[in-house]
Design a protein around this ligand. Structure first.
Ligand code: ADP
Length: 266
């Protein structure tokens, strides 16, 4: 996309020339479009639960649902779930905008990645058990320490493991593993035998609000921001993240983290 501006050159009253400027605004236009799309998405994502809450409250208030205690309970449960989802959405949006503005002060320390991973697996053991999902953790000995912000990395693992649990049917398995790559980086993999992601969606899956199945994600309480947040955090740590998946077969998310190098030898 090219923007053309003409500026006349005048001497006294006479126009003696024309300055023509050609500007490539492709990137600017793209950013502008992305920003507009993002705002539209946010509005839509917030309006959807609000509409549900409003209609259920109206039904309770005016529709006589209050007289039926069972029905009333169900309606209240829905409004509560929807408001919880809005809270999660706003939390995720704030987190993303702080990461964008580089306002998150990373409190990085040398940490043992196996500790972070085994704690994360532990946090999900109950929700996995409820679906009869076997969740295991494997790692090689002699993993180097990494230089990371514990809270932020916990957030990454919560996002990845909660996806694995959400998108894996009952009685299947999830594996979390870590190994040291030849260049010293630690490679973490969160792997599931779940529903998988179609090939055509894979390239877009880290985009904000991109979801394979919007209805399914919403039903599962998803915000569509989990992977985008995970990517921001990993990249801020000097690592990278990617996803591998076969539709109907399973998904693996890999991320890397650079090893901690003590000050004395840096
Ligand atoms: P959500 O809150 O919708 O889960 P995410 O950003 O975490 O948002 O993930 C984006 C989309 O990627 C999900 O809606 C889902 O379609 C797909 N996805 C993510 N992880 C998995 C997985 N382990 N298995 C299958 N699909 C997944």
């Amino acid at each position: 996309v090219v923007k053309i501006t003409f500026t006349p050159i005048r001497r006294s009253e006479e126009t003696v020339g024309l300055i023509t400027v050609l500007q490539d605004v492709t990137e600017e236009n793209k950013l502008d479009r992305q920003r507009k799309e993002f705002v539209a998405n946010v509005s839509h994502e917030l309006r959807t639960p609000l509409t549900t809450i409003k209609s259920y409250l109206e039904a309770l208030d005016e529709g006589g649902a209050m007289e039926d205690p069972e029905l009333a309970k169900r309606f209240l449960r829905v409004t509560r779930q929807e408001s919880e989802r809005m809270t999660r959405l706003i939390h995720d949006l704030l987190q993303l905008s702080r990461l964008d503005a580089q306002k998150v002060r990373f409190n990085r320390q040398p940490v043992a990645i196996e500790e972070i991973l085994s704690d994360a697996v532990e946090r999900f053991s109950i929700s996995a058990e409820q679906k009869n999902i076997d969740i295991s953790f494997r790692f090689n000995d002699h993993l180097p320490k990494i230089y990371g912000d514990r809270d932020q990395l916990d957030q990454v693992l919560d996002n990845l493991i909660s996806n694995a649990v959400k998108y894996t049917p009952e009685e299947r398995s999830i594996t979390v593993s870590a190994r040291r790559r030849s260049d010293g980086f630690v490679v973490v993999a969160v792997s599931d035998r779940g529903i998988g992601i179609p090939q055509k969606d894979l390239a877009l899956i880290f985009e904000r609000f991109y979801r394979v199945d919007k209805a399914r994600s919403r039903n599962m309480g998803g915000t569509g921001l989990g992977l985008a947040i995970a990517r921001e955090i990993i990249e801020a740590h000097g690592g990278s993240i990617d996803i591998d998946s076969r539709y109907g077969w399973g998904t693996t998310v890999h991320f890397t983290l650079p090893p901690y190098v003590p000050e004395v030898i840096r």
